[in-house]
Design a protein around this ligand. Sequence first.
Ligand code: SAH
Length: 213
Amino acid sequence: MKDTLKHKGLRQKLVKVLVDKGITSELVLEAIANIPRHLFMDSSFLDHAYQDKAFPIAADQTISQPYTVAFQTELMQICKGDKVLEIGTGSGYQTAVLCELGAKVYSIERQHELFKITSKFLPKLNYRAKKLVFGDGYKGLPELAPFKSIIVTAGAPFVPKPLLSQLEIGGRLVIPVGDKVQVMTLFVRTGLKQFDKTEFGEFKFVPLLENKN
Ligand code: SAH
């Protein structure tokens, strides 16, 4: 588990690419500059780790493209100490970004293999989520709600109602919605039953799968 000067240099280049693509949050860019993304991927992908691309991980899943991670994280507007929920732990890279920003992170993964690998791996890098959960993200975590923000890192065919209802007032849900391609969508809870919805560009995610647990 090495992180060398070469890796750090490659990360600085990646940060420049993200700035060129429109990412402005210094805190998000700093998180990306700090996290050894190459360690979240199979070693054969070492050369690719700092390109702005998604890559395969275990269980037929992918580690999201850095731009996508940065874009979604920016929309969450995290402040230190925020209680946040992530749906789709995957490699744990996005979880690490949220930890770097000082959030109290809860994250759900439905693939047992990934849940096990990532639960062991993140503490090795000193990223300590409040709780990693093996379960179905469509349900959220009602017993731990409300959350300041919720991020969904898989393509949702529709917006799961439990996720909206688990936001605190003023809270933000960032979710890519759609089947083949997804529209990045932000919901801000403005009242008990009121939500402001804003749509951003199109992205491509692996699907948020239903009824598998
Ligand atoms: N945040 C991850 C992205 C992984 S891809 C990262 O940074 O690497 C999306 C993840 O969502 C996959 O690991 C997939 O297994 C998981 N997923 C799909 N459907 C899910 C569901 N219903 N509940 C929880 N996780 C789910």
